[in-house]
Design a protein. Structure first.
Length: 381
């Protein structure tokens, strides 16, 4: 009975991995934008299941298949997982480091005798390294959207999987559990751990996909569809939040700007050219802003820039920097090149002002004074 337990656990692991394969394949079909990571994870699960199948067939199937190929499929599955995590977060990791590691591991496995104790050591060294890199990569990317503590908590299941793989490696180096099908306590415990590890890994990655979907939906509700700047509602919420901290000694400045002669741009370039001009403006302004600053489209060709902790001199310098950058970088549209300019109004929030609308009104009035004074200039309100 006990002798059959490792094979039973291998079969249970394979069934779970095959079920996960079907789930990821289905998610890839229904989740827009997640096809690539879902396909990678479906392939990773099916390869891991095939690897366990090869282990179960040792002594029955061809040795090259049940040893070398089984190990290579296991390592390849972790290569795919390592590539899937950045893809979930809309980034692309280069393939060559993982491919290089896979090649080195494959060569090392081919050099040692079939069935040698060195085969699982090479296998788990490669998988542990890949998983550790994957967990660190996930943590680094999560820190861009969450605080360090929360990012570490979200990435901790991946670090746990990496830790289990490294623990298995240390067991193998000490001579324990080198024959996975043996019915000893170390192997049985490891096979249970593999089942838990597969569940944790797939559940964590599914959570990442869901989190990406939620963030994408949230972004759609906060962003202007044409320019990807904040929409008026989202910008107003940030402005109100910043105004609420005035009494705590945290000031802010507001810049309102309007593209000069925008109707002429639409008339000469067409509405598609006018849209390109708006996107060009946002791109130029974002290159002039600090990480803490926020850009929003207030309507039409009018935009606002929120400068937290901004004072008068800093806000005027920021507005002048944006004005100069816009002049220095003309819009290239089809076969035409057009220099854009904008009029800027600057206001610094005062504690006496009860709501941010008063600050917005002063910045808006200053912008209209810049228009009246000849355009392409900065005024303070």
């Amino acid at each position: 009975m006990l002798e059959a337990l490792p094979l039973t656990l291998l079969a249970a692991n394979m069934l779970f991995l095959l079920a996960a394969t079907l789930v990821w394949a289905a998610l890839g079909r229904v989740l827009s934008g997640s096809q690539r990571p879902a396909l990678l994870l479906a392939l990773a699960n099916v390869l891991l299941a095939a690897s366990l199948g090869g282990i179960a067939l040792r002594g029955i199937a061809w040795d090259l298949l049940s040893f070398w190929a089984a190990n290579m499929m296991a390592i390849t599955s972790f290569v795919l997982i390592r590539q899937a995590v950045p893809a979930i977060m809309d980034e692309r990791a280069p393939w060559w480091p993982s491919a290089l590691l896979l090649g080195i591991a494959g060569s090392a496995l081919a050099l040692v005798p079939i069935g040698s104790d060195w085969m699982p050591i090479i296998n788990f060294s490669a998988m542990g390294l890949l998983m550790l890199v994957c967990a660190g990569d996930a943590w680094r990317r999560l820190r861009q959207i969450a605080r360090n503590g929360l990012a570490l908590a979200l990435a901790s299941p991946l670090f746990l999987v990496a830790g289990l793989l490294i623990l298995r490696l240390t067991m193998l180096l000490s001579g324990h559990g080198t024959r996975l099908r043996d019915a000893d306590g170390a192997n049985v415990a490891w096979l249970w751990a593999v089942l838990v590890m597969s569940l944790v890994l797939n559940a964590t990655l599914a959570f990442f996909v869901l989190m990406r979907l939620i963030l994408h939906i949230r972004r759609l509700t906060e962003r202007d569809a044409l320019t990807d700047a904040l929409n008026r509602r989202a910008f107003g919420e940030l402005l109100a939040r910043e105004h609420g901290q005035l009494g705590r000694g945290r000031g802010y400045a507001l810049v309102v700007l309007d593209i000069d002669h925008f109707k002429r741009i639409n008339d000469s370039l067409g509405h598609a050219g006018g849209d390109a001009a708006l996107r060009h403006l946002v791109q130029v302004l974002q290159g002039c802003m600090r990480e803490a600053d926020h850009l929003g489209r207030l309507g039409g060709e009018e935009f606002g820039v929120l400068l937290p902790l901004g004072d008068l001199s800093g806000a005027l310098c920021a507005a002048e920097r944006m004005r100069s950058a816009l002049l220095a970088k003309p819009l290239h549209w089809q076969d035409q090149s057009l220099t854009l300019s904008a009029s800027f109004g600057v206001a610094v929030a005062a504690v006496a002002e009860k709501d941010p609308d008063a600050v917005m009104l002063r910045a808006d009035q200053a912008m209209y004074r810049a228009k009246a004074a000849g355009r392409n200039r900065v005024e303070f309100g």
